[in-house]
Design a protein around this ligand. Structure first.
Ligand code: FMN
Length: 364
């Protein structure tokens, strides 16, 4: 079994110096027009300096109409490139592979942020306060969305990032297409899982053709329903991972939320070995979800992952990849005050967003 400190190679030719990644973390620090702010840059560069082999940006919208959060990073316009280029250089200089997570919110892109009714694979209702019923994307709009993802990926390459992670998880647009419940289309973009996965496959293939080798294209998937993600089936998600591996993705990232949980569909099994069996060994599996200690991380590698991705532990422990090798070291846990967060390159704005997550923020 590999160690966390061992390098890991991707078939595009890139190598991460270790097996510890910073997971994509929305932090609401970008400017109104999606331009990277100094605070957001500091937050990411601090983790690159702290030894993370892979540093992933927050979910970054690929079109103005795909915006899902206030203060979200954008990668849909060339005007956003100069600041992204500075970030990519900073991450590279600190020895990490920088990835941009490419995102479209679909039904989670509210008109308040985009000025237009949300779209999705199909129209549907949800019993949620303030829910805006989406309209089904037209064929032309689907082509446009694919182009937006490819355009954003090409922009990430031009900025000097090592690669991108397609956000196919958590019930956002690409996950809405994968969903049996949110995608009830009867054309070639809906129906059997091969068709519901078509949009992700098209993006992967076209992006690969546009960027060539030497640039990582990964995908993040939710194996099963959780939070906004619904209508996902474990076996279908395993099949999607295998299809995407065939199409040329460099890694598959499984968002587990809690790595200790067994699968919902087959409670006697863990999802990771199922994905490991279906995806060729040349395609590393990344896994995230309540990984705090090195023992947790090693357990995740033992289950079949090649790389661990840290979210909350990385917010609280910017030097995790360096510190975890020290005998007896224990990660810091929340809650922290905004003043304490500021010392970890987590600005008051990010700390405010963290209040929605239990046990993260204490009163100043
Ligand atoms: C503040 C915060 C922001 C997040 N933003 C994103 C995001 O932009 N994209 C994404 O795929 N997941 C996002 N997630 C999920 C994390 O990447 C991660 O999978 C999850 O927090 C579980 O890992 P953890 O227990 O190590 O935090 C976010 C989680 C948190 C806590």
């Amino acid at each position: 079994m590999p160690k966390l400190t061992d390098p890991v190679s991707f078939r595009c030719g890139l190598v991460s110096k270790n097996r510890v990644a910073l997971a994509a973390l929305t932090n609401q620090q970008s400017e109104e027009d999606g331009t990277l702010s100094r605070d957001e840059e500091s937050w990411l560069l601090r983790r690159a300096a702290g030894g993370f082999g892979i540093v992933t940006t927050c979910a970054s919208h690929v079109s103005a109409s795909g915006k899902g959060f206030d203060g979200q990073l954008g990668i849909y316009a060339d005007g956003q490139l100069p600041r992204l280029t500075e970030l990519a250089s900073g991450i590279r200089e600190r020895g990490a592979l920088g990835l941009v997570q490419l995102y479209h919110g679909g039904v989670r892109s509210p008109s308040r942020l985009t000025g237009t009714q949300p779209l999705s694979a199909s129209s549907f209702q949800e019993a949620r306060e303030g829910f805006e019923v989406p309209r089904a994307a037209t064929l032309q709009e689907i082509s446009g969305i694919i182009e937006d993802f490819v355009g954003a990926g090409v922009r990430a390459k031009r900025a000097g990032f090592a690669g991108v992670e397609l956000h196919g998880a958590h019930g956002y647009l690409l996950s809405q297409f994968l969903s049996r419940e949110m995608n009830t289309r009867t054309d070639e973009w809906g129906g059997p899982i091969e068709s519901r996965a078509r949009i992700l496959r098209e993006i992967t293939r076209r992006l690969r053709a546009a960027v060539g080798e030497g640039f990582a294209i990964g995908v993040r998937l939710s194996p099963e329903d959780y939070g906004f993600a619904r209508g996902l089936d474990l076996d279908e998600t395993v099949a999607v991972a295998a299809m995407l591996a065939e199409d040329g993705v460099d890694f598959v990232h499984l968002s587990l939320w809690d790595f200790r949980s067994r699968s919902k569909k087959r409670p006697e099994e863990h999802a990771l070995p199922l994905f490991r069996a279906a995806v060729p060994r040349s395609v590393p599996l990344v896994a995230a979800g309540k990984i705090w200690t090195s023992e947790d991380a090693e357990e995740v590698l033992a289950l079949g992952a090649d790389v661990v991705a840290l979210g909350r532990a990385a917010i609280l422990n910017p030097d995790w990849p360096i510190e975890h090798t020290r005998e007896g070291w224990q990660p810091r846990r929340g809650p922290l005050t905004p003043a304490e967060y500021a010392e970890l390159a987590v600005s008051p704005r990010f700390a405010t967003y963290l209040k929605r997550f239990p046990n993260m923020v204490a009163q100043d």
